[in-house]
Design a protein around this ligand. Structure first.
Ligand code: GLC
Length: 535
């Protein structure tokens, strides 16, 4: 079976964090009209990036405790972002440019302000009580077990009026839904149909691992490797029982089954691989859930150490576990992780763009990645992310990678007319911005545009065979070919000119550092070079 048939020609997915992309209303926070205004940037003109799809992080009604990942009404747009009509207009304008639109579904938890939860809190015998996970405390009043919240502290919050604890894998204002309850599965299915019928083409499904919990609520074992004060306190325990239970497959299956009621919808799981189960078993399992419509993101590149051998090894290993017809969705950055340039440096990030955009499947590009945006400095008074506020000082905060998109060198980088934006701009916006880079053939933006366009022009990049050609301490190269024509990608992970020998007859399509390569024999420091071989 070919995965995601309707999406198989999608060359790239561009992730938009709606608070930070473009502010049409002038209140300092991005919105849906703002996205619509900028669709030409994505696709439709010669200057466009050329991406076939966008994924928009949550824009639903929300008290914004976790900036939209706490949904209080799954069927409405938050007034901060606009209205349902604005969304209809966005879809229509996107489709007019042949851009597919992917939304973000948060099935593990609702906001504590969601009507279901408010009802559940009203009495122990409320109809909606079993939509959530309420339990009695221990005899001494302690929480039901030792499970932890990702955002710090116990995963249990006591509700005084009804005398029970409820479970929350994230904030106390994000109570977990009880996916064992068939009514919850039905509700989520209806929500999916609501958006699919409105024209949404795909869904990114948030935080799936946490949906599957041990029904006996067994304690998670203590993590002996945990270093107090040094690492994230969430990892004090090994999350053996609080997530990723056997039943997860059935919960995910119920959502994917709804997507497969349609001919052309896709579903992407936000799944973080862990070290509790062998990687092979995890990969095979997740690729097995309704493979015709659904597949996981791959986040390994966001945690891979810089080096030719480490990247080659990670990619080879993952690919070796995939079913033959699996489609891969590599993310090199997103709204939860430090930006590529900050992690590795400017030239290194350019080279990694070549890697990401020459791998098979469908790459996912986080807004600003194509400009080489960096993490911004956030002063203590400007911190917004609840993660940083609750577990401070460990570098866990996600504000630095969520700052406004840099369109111009002008007022608020062209993002907003407001005097103040919800997060500050990164200091480099006067030089790192769309306007400046669109005029510069050696810019980050031009490199991304070139690679994304190449993926459109040559189907082999998305769908053909991948084969490692060579790996040593400095170089990593791989082939993408269908037997008739192919591409050789050469990445130099060192800061030196490195000798290479390559087959004759290749045409240089891309150089990450903008070199001409009139003669072969060396690859420039941190260059990523793509050679095309036609028959
Ligand atoms: C996912 C999201 C993250 C959010 C969390 C809770 O990991 O990517 O931003 O905070 O889920 O919904």
């Amino acid at each position: 079976m070919i995965l995601l048939m309707a999406w198989r020609n999608v060359n790239a997915i561009y992730q938009i964090y709606p608070r930070s992309f473009n502010d049409a209303s002038g209140d300092g926070t991005g919105d849906l009209k703002g996205i619509t205004e900028r669709l030409d940037y994505i696709k439709g003109t010669p200057e466009s990036l050329g991406a076939d799809a966008i994924w928009i992080s949550p824009f639903f009604r929300s008290p914004m405790r976790d900036f939209g990942y706490d949904v209080s009404d799954y069927r409405d747009v938050d007034p901060l972002f606009g209205t349902l009509e604005d969304f209809d207009e966005l879809i229509a304008e996107a489709h007019a440019r042949q851009i597919k639109v992917m939304m973000d579904l948060v099935p593990n938890h609702t906001s504590s302000e969601h009507a279901w939860f408010q009802d559940a809190l009203s009495a122990r015998d409320s109809d909606k009580r079993d939509y959530y996970i309420f339990r009695d405390g221990g005899p001494d009043g302690t929480p039901p077990n030792n499970w932890l919240s990702v955002f710090g502290g116990s995963a249990w919050e006591f509700h005084e009026p009804t005398g029970q604890y409820y479970m929350h894998s994230f904030l106390p204002e994000q109570p977990d839904l009880n996916w064992e309850n068939p009514k919850v599965r039905e509700e989520m299915g209806d929500i999916l149909r609501f958006w699919f019928d409105r024209g949404v083409d795909g869904v990114r499904v948030d935080a799936i691992r946490w949906m599957g919990k041990d029904l006996q609520l067994r304690n998670d074992p203590i993590n002996e490797q945990y270093i107090p004060g040094d690492s994230d306190p969430y990892h004090m325990v090994r999350h053996e029982y609080s997530r990723n239970s056997e039943a997860l497959d059935c919960y995910l299956g119920s959502m994917a089954a709804v997507a497969s009621e349609y001919d052309d919808k896709a579903m992407l799981w936000e799944d973080h691989l862990d070290d509790l189960t062998p990687l092979e078993a995890q990969v095979r399992r997740i690729y097995n859930v309704h493979p015709g419509v659904a597949a996981p993101f791959n986040f390994q590149m966001m945690h891979t150490e810089f080096g030719s051998r480490s990247f080659a090894r990670t990619i080879d290993e993952y690919r070796s576990y995939l079913p033959d017809d699996a489609r891969t969705f590599y993310c090199f950055g997103n709204h939860d992780e430090s930006r590529l340039v900050t992690r590795f440096g400017d030239r290194q990030a350019r080279m990694l763009a070549v890697l990401q955009l020459m791998l098979p499947g469908t790459p996912v590009v986080y807004y600003g990645q194509e400009l080489g945006m960096q993490d911004a400095d956030i002063a203590p008074s400007q911190i917004r992310d609840p993660f940083e506020l609750r577990v401070p000082g460990r570098g866990l905060g996600r504000d630095p990678e969520r700052t406004p998109m840099q369109w111009t060198a002008g007022h608020q980088a062209g993002f907003s007319e407001a005097e103040e934006t919800w997060l500050p701009l990164a200091a480099d916006y006067t030089t790192v911005n769309v306007e400046a880079q669109q005029r510069s053939p050696k810019s980050f933006l031009e490199l991304h545009r070139r690679l994304i366009t190449l993926r459109k022009q040559y189907d082999v990049i998305g769908s053909s065979h991948y084969e490692t050609a060579h790996v040593d301490d400095d170089l990593y190269s791989f082939w993408r070919s269908d037997g008739v024509m192919g591409f050789l990608t050469i990445l130099n992970f060192s800061d030196k000119f490195t000798p290479i020998s390559i087959p004759e007859g290749g045409v240089v399509e891309v150089s990450a550092q903008g070199h001409d390569y009139t003669t072969y024999g060396y690859v420039a420091p941190y260059d990523g070079v793509v050679l095309r071989y036609s028959q």
